[in-house]
Ligand binder design. Structure first.
Ligand code: NAD
Ligand code: UDP
Length: 309
C-alpha cells in the first residue's frame, strides 16, 4: 500500500515510517519540521519506497494514497503553547484537509488523538466512554480542544460522508528520537540526570502519569489501522502508573546520576492523575504493552547518552 504519515519526521511518526517500510509498504512522510527533524528519518532517505514532502497540513495538498496516519501536531506542552493559534489550526484545519483527502481518494484515515481529551480527569483510570474534564480557555486548551475537535471531525466525516476512520487516544509515550529540548518530563529528566544538573519536578511531584515505550505504541497503532470492524476511539498506553517524584528517583537510579531533585511551580491545568484503562484495546486489538518501564528507559537513556558524546 502507499501510506501517508503526517508528522512523519517527529518522534512517533518516524518510528511508524520505519515500521511501515519494514512491512514492505510505500511511505510518504509529510512534515513541516516544526518539532520534527531530518535526523529522525535521514536513514530512510535512500530507501526507494520512502518519499519526503515538506508541507504544512494546514494547507491543502493533493496526494493519492491508500492509508493516512494523521500525526502532525506538536505534542509537548512547551511546543504546543509556543504558537497556540497554530496548534489549533493544525488540529482543526489540518485534520479537515486530511479528511478531505481521505474522502476524495477513499483512503482509511487514523487520527492520533490523546489522553488530553480527558483533561484533568475525574474518573480513574480513564475509559473511552468518559467525556473528560477540559478547561476550554486555559493554556492547554489549544491542544486539548484542538484534538477534541479533530475527533469530532473524524466522526462527522464518518457519519456524513462515510469516510473510513480510526481514532486512537495515545497516553504519554517515550523512547529514542524524542527531541532533547521538548520540555517533556522524560527528555527533561534524562538529559538533566546525564548532565548532572538538578532534576526539575513541577509541583510536589505527586501528580501521576503512565509511560508507554514507543515500540509498544507503534504495534497498537498498526493493529488499530488494520482492524476491520472497530473505529474507536481506543486508549493506547501503558497502565503502569507512577508519581512524577518516583519517576525522577527512578531516572536517577538508572543513570547512576549525582543530580539532586528540585521543585518548581506546577504549570496551570496540569492533570493530577492519568492512567489508561486498556481493556478495550485488549478486547478489540489483542494488544497490551510488553516493554517494562525499566527496559524502555534504559534504551532511551542510551539514546540520549549517544547524543551527548
Ligand atoms: P513530535 O512533536 O515529535 O511530532 C509531531 C510532528 O508533527 C513533528 O515532526 C512536527 O514537525 C510535525 N508537525 C507539527 N505541525 C505540523 C503541521 N502543521 N504540518 C505538518 N507537520 C507538522 O510529537 P510526537 O510525540 O511524535 O507526537 C505525534 C502525534 O502523537 C501528535 O499528533 C501528538 O498529539 C500525538 N500524541 C503523542 C503523545 C506522546 O506522548 N508522544 C501522546 C498523545 C498524543
Ligand atoms: N514535569 C516535571 N518536570 C519537568 C517536565 C514535566 O515535573 O521537567 C511534569 C509535568 O508537570 C507533568 C508531568 O511531568 O505533571 C508530565 O509532563 P509532560 O510535559 O511530559 O506531559 P503531559 O502529560 O503533562 O502532557
Amino acid at each position: 500500500m502507499r501510506i501517508l504519515v503526517t508528522g512523519g519526521a517527529g518522534f512517533i511518526g518516524s518510528h511508524l515510517c520505519e515500521r511501515l517500510l519494514g512491512e514492505g509498504h510505500e511511505v510518504v512522510c509529510l512534515d513541516n519540521f516544526f518539532t520534527g527533524t531530518k535526523n529522525n528519518i535521514s536513514h530512510l532517505l535512500d530507501n526507494h519506497s520512502f518519499e519526503l514532502i515538506r508541507h504544512d497540513i494546514t494547507e491543502p495538498i493533493l496526494l493519492e494514497v491508500d492509508r493516512i496516519y494523521n500525526f502532525a501536531c506538536p505534542a509537548s506542552p512547551v511546543h504546543y503553547q509556543y504558537n497556540p493559534v497554530k496548534t489549533v489550526k493544525t488540529s482543526v484545519m489540518g485534520t479537515i484537509n486530511m479528511l478531505g483527502m481521505a474522502k476524495r481518494v477513499r483512503a482509511r484515515i487514523l487520527q492520533a488523538s490523546t489522553s488530553e481529551v480527558y483533561g484533568d480527569p475525574q474518573i480513574h483510570p480513564q475509559t473511552e466512554d468518559y467525556w473528560g474534564n477540559v478547561n476550554p480557555i486555559g493554556i492547554r486548551s489549544c491542544y486539548d480542544e484542538g484534538k477534541r475537535v479533530a475527533e469530532t471531525l473524524m466522526m462527522d466525516y464518518h457519519r456524513q460522508n462515510g469516510v473510513d476512520v480510526r481514532i486512537i487516544r495515545i497516553f504519554n509515550t517515550y523512547g529514542p528520537k524524542m527531541a532533547e529540548n521538548d520540555g517533556r518530563v522524560v527528555s527533561n529528566f534524562i538529559t538533566q540526570a546525564l548532565r548532572g544538573e538538578d532534576i526539575t519536578v513541577y509541583g510536589e511531584g505527586n501528580q501521576t502519569r503512565s509511560f508507554c515505550y514507543v515500540s509498544d505504541l507503534v504495534e497498537g497503532i498498526v493493529r488499530m489501522m488494520g482492524c476491520e470492524n472497530f473505529i474507536g476511539p481506543v486508549n493506547l498506553g501503558n497502565p503502569t502508573e507512577t508519581t512524577i517524584l518516583e519517576f525522577a528517583e527512578k531516572i536517577i537510579n538508572l543513570t547512576g546520576s549525582s543530580s539532586k531533585i528540585i521543585f518548581k511551580p506546577l504549570p496551570a491545568d496540569d492533570p493530577k492523575q492519568r492512567q489508561p484503562d486498556i481493556s478495550l484495546a485488549g478486547e478489540k486489538l489483542a494488544w497490551e504493552p510488553v516493554v517494562s518501564v525499566e527496559e524502555g528507559l534504559k534504551k532511551t537513556i542510551d539514546y540520549f547518552s549517544s547524543l551527548m558524546v
